[in-house]
Write a protein that binds this ligand. Sequence first.
Ligand code: EPZ
Length: 422
Amino acid sequence: MPTILKIQGGKPLKGTIEISGAKNSALPLMVACLLTDKPFILSNVPNLADIRTITQVLETLGVIAHEDGNTRTLNASNIISTTAPYELVKTMRASVLVLGPLLARFGHAKVSLPGGCALGARAIDVHLEGLRAMGVTCDLEEGYVIAKAPKDGLKGAHFTMRVVSVGATENLMLAASIAKGETVLQNAAREPEIIDLANCLNAMGADVQGAGTDTITIQGVDSLNGTQYKVMPDRLETGSYAMASLITGGDLTLTNTSLKYLPMVRETLEKAGAVFEELDNGFRVAQKGPIIGVDVMTEPYPGFATDLQAPFMALMSVCEGASMITETIFENRFMHVPELARMGANIQVHGASAMIRGVKNLSGAPVMATDIRAGIGMVVAALAAKGETTISRLYHLDRGYETLEAKLQACGAVVERHKAEI
Ligand code: EPZ
């Protein structure tokens, strides 16, 4: 039964929100279980729809998965299939991450091409180019990539990525960890989630150096062990709630997280008038004075994250002055603009840039979540808007925000989930 969120805006958020484990780290970390026949235990895994999807993908391959609260035990000792089917890959592109580890451990894999998504074409050509450099042959049959490693296994390679891709960097790190010889990935993604994956692989006995820089060097080892590993905090959930604090004139403490994952976001929000106080296990964030318009361009890490562009646009829609937001990562990531306009925002899009002229108030309206982050943009806007906002297509939000309404309610937000009237 589809559900909707009803939010009565205008209440300053005050209190503490505990940040969950990072979805975008947990996904590749869970896939890493395919590299070993030993038990693999991950803690701080968020309970989210995307985590259930990757679990289903792994179970289709033969992985035995146990769930205990936020801990997942995964055992890939009895793999029965090396095919990731279209039905699962089309709902979540990160499913293609199984390609690298399956090729490395079993020598073959059949993975559905994901197809387009709400954010644009989002090819996986760089993933495949990197694997080809490691000796893999890839054929396309009926929408599936049929990939085969050389008879004597994947070969380490020196590979420069044409575009900085988080997923391709992860896929190739996973593959290279048990390939023969040295792999050097140049122009690699530098996101904190890449460091988390490298730390986990090293805890399994891999030799991955340089994660967090644009050159990652991996010395392949014969086999990997199981391990116990804690997923890093979700920096995107962190940034989203920080913006919710600011737009409502609130005062939030975010725990189990750190500002160190958000250098550019912090700098930008400070220019907009935010005040941060670092604490042992997180930070406090509140707005001082009016929200000032700031220009932003999304970029690969350490730049401003594309995944925080929509909530930042919601914040800027009530700024003093104006803000120009330029999206450089995805070609189609302004789907939230017409939704914000329904709430009274004044936004003009020119190609990859949006000009936001601040308005005094947003007003509640029925709107849609068009992807995970557009959805949280709607939530941030609704928390500040006058009157009631109804957000539909909540399945997008449920992919990325664990216990969203409970976390907000605990800080004074008036938000409820209802069954949608059909
Ligand atoms: C990851 O997606 C994240 N997903 C995305 O978060 C995030 O928006 C994105 O990185 C950018 O930061 C996960 O970590 C699970 P990319 P990914 O490969 O890896 C192009 C969210 O809301 N490209 O870094 O798929 C691509 O089209 C999600 O949580 C190629 O051209 O992103 C895009 O323009 C949404 N060829 C750019 O590179 C390729 O082979 C960056 O994509 C691969 C990518």
